[in-house]
Design a protein around this ligand. Structure first.
Ligand code: KG4
Length: 352
């Protein structure tokens, strides 16, 4: 089955053609970094306008890249939430029009489920139960997945997402947007033990995350030492390199602490790490080490499949389309759409 995937939940206009839910025939992304960079973060109105400009050419290019015509597409999958309402609506309206014009089935997909499905392309099938850590610019959530397509939320961020913390710290220090890749690169030159930030502790059965305290601690450190933002073309001073390495290490240790506790309490046969922050070198290293210690495989998609993309949306739609699931013409954007059927955050592991 050839599925056209469309993803416009945030600031990437993405289209992909996926065969039988596992073979990527094409996977294209039109990024908007240059548009949002001057503002140090995403401006929703600008994002929607860019999606309108990009959606038609990116879908055409994805079909061309896959070597298929519109007529050969057998179904259309589109992100219906969570995300920015204006951005989501562009993808949904376009997908609906196309499905109607071509008389093809249409299916709305949860963006987080897409991220979890992004591991299907490069790995053997996921063995369940699985644990999945979804770390992106918009969310940080830990799911226990007892069987395919059943999601229990173990913990999520109470304030900023991990990627948001990377982006805000980079903005504070004049390092541009998005902050994750640049901090990842610069942190390699700093001392991760130079600044001691505390990891927010929670109780035994609490897997929630919090990153705003860490962000505030970085702001305080910068003010107290009168560190000024880096200017374009200027060498990054050692004090900032050390600060970035220490900040990154604290984010990684916070994520790892929850993940290793979840591994102790919940049976898991696969560990999934996905979302834009899963590109982080230190985080990858540590999660692979954890999986090795626990004796279970770790699946982390390669960067083009772990950041926002449309192949993952088509992959998540595949088993549902096979079962005959369809979205109606009344499908609309759901900015706060949840993935989990069970909120396991307050339930002890054994009864979850
Ligand atoms: O999943 P994604 O592409 O978009 C959302 O759904 O949010 O994630 C984007 C986020 C941004 O916050 C970006 O700074 C972060 O992922 N990111 C990274 C790295 N690459 C991207 N964070 C840390 N280290 C990286 N190497």
């Amino acid at each position: 089955m050839l599925i056209l995937g469309i993803e416009t939940s945030c600031d990437e206009t993405a289209a992909a053609v996926v065969e039988d839910g596992r073979i990527v025939r094409s996977n294209l992304v039109a990024t908007q970094y240059a548009i949002h960079r001057p503002y140090g973060g995403i401006v929703p109105e600008l994002a929607s306008r860019e999606h309108v400009r990009n959606i038609v050419p990116i879908v055409r290019a994805a079909l061309e890249d896959a070597g298929v015509t519109f007529r050969e597409i057998e179904a259309i999958a589109v992100t219906r939430g969570p995300g920015l309402i204006g951005s989501l609506l562009v993808g949904i309206c376009y997908a609906k029009s196309l499905a109607y014009a071509l008389s093809r089935p249409l299916l709305g997909v949860n963006h987080h489920e897409g991220h979890i499905f992004s591991v299907v392309f490069e790995n053997p099938p996921v063995r369940h139960p699985a644990l999945a850590l979804v770390v992106s610019g918009g969310d940080t959530s830990l799911f226990w997945i007892p069987e395919p397509e059943r999601y229990h939320l173990l913990g999520h961020t109470r304030d900023d997402a991990a990627g948001e913390a990377f982006d805000k710290v980079a903005k504070l220090l004049g390092l541009g947007y998005p902050g994750g890749p640049v901090i990842d690169r610069l942190a390699k030159c700093g001392n991760p033990r130079a600044v001691r930030f505390t990891i927010p502790r929670t109780s035994e059965n609490d897997f929630d995350f919090s990153f705003s305290g860490l962000k505030t601690a970085v702001v305080r450190y910068v003010r107290e030492r009168e560190i000024r933002p880096v200017r374009e073309g200027e060498a990054v001073p050692e004090v900032i390199l050390d600060l970035l390495a220490s900040f990154q290490e604290t984010v990684v240790r916070t994520l790892l602490e929850r993940l290793s506790r979840a591994l102790e309490q919940y049976e898991a046969r696969t560990l999934i790490l996905t979302g834009g922050v899963a590109c982080n070198t230190r985080l990858r290293e540590e999660v692979f080490r954890l999986g090795k210690e626990a004796g279970i495989p770790v699946y982390v998609p390669s960067p083009p499949l772990t950041t926002d993309n449309a192949a993952m949306i088509a992959a998540a739609a595949y088993p549902k389309l096979l079962r005959g699931e369809r979205s109606g013409w009344d499908m609309t954007a759901e900015p706060g759409l949840r993935l989990h059927q069970v909120d396991a955050r307050r339930i002890p592991a054994r009864s979850a």
